[in-house]
Structure formats: structure tokens, C-alpha cells
Design a protein around this ligand. Structure first.
Ligand code: SAM
Length: 249
């Protein structure tokens, strides 16, 4: 049987491809990609010409079955997405699951991922975090989702689009509060890379002043819920301390 390689590609800067990715592209029989035209251009930049297989999200299950068949016949396949790491807010999950169930070897090749790259430069706690992908497009569903995350004390990471960023920040302000610290990482690894942090309200204000500031691809990193001053002690401890304090001269 063949091997399925999961290959990360750059998120903007073409120099972020890995040596191993290029060697793998050269060696496999087929490259499964989201958008074959987009990926054709990307790979031609590295001088690679290979047969493509189009893998769209809406019929991913069927396409996955087809690819599993090919793998079982001995075809070696590299899975890529339009940018970054496949399966991270991108197709590939069904394929990998089916391969592992069928006993087909899956080999991951690490590389760029917008969420991790943004987190590393955000200055927000990176020891514990929740990646939430894209928030819902409609405000009601978005606020519900944010409400579910309102008590989360780990760092929150979201992908967002240029069209929705201002509305999303408004919802974040409404649900998590105007003072919550947030970092916007825009166009990472590209010419207009901007990484800016402020309170939600101030960031929204700044972005709304110039349409150029909301252009491009972006990741939002939100500080987890800060501990309230009393929460650092258990209720029993607070009670005991209050009693003791009363006895002090
Ligand atoms: N699989 C990709 C990854 O590993 O990051 C993510 C794919 S998802 C469909 C695309 C989203 O990722 C964009 O809408 C944006 O939120 C984020 N993104 C991708 N490239 C980016 C970049 N260069 N700068 C900031 N965000 C980026």
C-alpha cells in the first residue's frame, strides 16, 4: 500500500516551505489539494509538476474513499491545502481518519500554521490555549459561541475574515467586555505583516479609522479570563482572612 503524507505549505512567504516538503512532492505519485489551480501555481514556483487530485470540502467523504482506494493500490499521496497545515480549518480530517482505520500509513510533515505562528508573537500566555477556528458568520450564533467561552481562562485563538472583523470585535466586546486584551495578527509572513495588541474596544476603534487596517488574512488571540482578585483564594480562605483582619488592631 501507499503512504499518505500530510504536508504543510507556506501561509504567505514562499520561503517557508520545508526541504522535506519539496522532497516529498518530488517523490509522491499524486498531490491531493483543495484548489488545484492555486496549488499548481504554488508548486510551479518550486519547479514541481505532478498530477493533482481535487479535494473539496463538500464532498470530502466521497473523495476520501477514492483516495483510500488509490492508496490501497500502492499510490503514494501528498495532501496539501491552500495554505498552512492541512486539517487546521482546512479539509483532510475524513481522509486521515479513513486511512488510519484502513491501516494505511499516515506521515505528517510539519510546517507553517497561522494560529501557532500568531500565538508565538502575541505576548499572550502560550502555555495553555484553545484553538477555535472560525467563529460563526451570524452575530447571534457568534455571541452564543463567545458566551460559552466567557469563563475560559486559557488563551483563545480564532481565525477571522476581513469582512467580519469589526462586527466580531463588537460581539467580543459585548460578551467578554471592552477591557479584555486582544492581539490581531494580520498578513503574517507577508509584506504587510502587522501584529497589534490592545483592549478589545481600543483595537476596534483603531481598526475602524482606516479600511486598510482590516484588510488581508488575520488571526485573533484573546487573553483568557483574568482571575478576579478574590478568586486566587478559596471562599473559605477569604472568610478566614476576613475574620482574622477584624481581630487585628
Ligand atoms: N490551514 C491554515 C493554517 O494552517 O493556518 C488555515 C486555513 S484557514 C481556511 C485560513 C485562515 O487562516 C485565514 O482566514 C486567516 O484567518 C488564517 N491565516 C492564514 N494565513 C494567514 C496569514 N498569513 N496571516 C494571518 N492569518 C492567516
Amino acid at each position: 500500500t501507499g503512504i499518505l503524507y500530510i504536508v504543510a505549505t507556506p501561509i504567505g512567504n514562499l520561503q517557508d516551505i520545508t526541504q522535506r516538503a519539496l522532497e516529498t512532492f518530488a517523490q509522491v505519485d499524486l498531490i491531493a489539494a483543495e484548489d488545484t489551480r492555486h496549488s499548481g501555481l504554488l508548486l510551479s514556483h518550486y519547479g514541481i509538476k505532478k498530477p493533482f487530485f481535487a479535494l473539496h470540502d463538500h464532498n470530502e467523504q466521497q473523495k476520501a474513499d477514492l483516495l483510500v482506494e488509490k492508496l490501497q493500490q500502492g499510490t503514494n499521496i501528498a495532501l496539501i491545502s491552500d495554505a498552512g497545515t492541512p486539517l487546521i480549518s482546512d479539509p483532510g480530517f475524513h481522509l486521515v481518519r479513513k486511512c488510519r482505520q484502513a491501516g494505511i500509513k499516515v506521515v505528517p510533515l510539519p510546517g507553517a500554521c497561522a494560529a501557532i505562528t500568531a500565538l508565538c508573537a502575541s505576548g499572550i500566555a502560550s502555555d495553555r490555549f484553545c484553538f477555535e477556528g472560525f467563529l460563526p458568520a451570524k452575530s447571534k450564533a457568534r455571541k452564543d459561541k463567545l458566551q460559552n467561552l466567557a469563563e475560559e481562562d486559557r488563551t483563545l485563538i480564532f481565525y477571522e475574515s476581513t469582512h467580519r472583523i469589526l462586527d466580531t470585535l463588537q460581539d467580543i466586546e459585548d460578551v467578554l467586555g471592552a477591557e479584555r486584551y486582544i492581539v490581531l495578527a494580520r498578513e503574517i509572513t507577508k509584506t504587510w505583516e502587522t501584529i497589534i495588541g490592545d483592549s478589545v474596544a481600543a483595537l476596534r476603534q483603531w481598526l475602524s479609522e482606516d479600511p486598510n487596517r482590516t484588510k488581508g488574512e488575520m488571526v485573533l488571540i484573546i487573553e483568557g479570563k483574568p482571575k478576579a482578585e478574590n478568586e486566587e483564594f478559596s471562599p473559605q480562605a477569604v472568610q478566614a482572612l476576613t475574620l482574622i483582619a477584624k481581630e487585628l488592631p
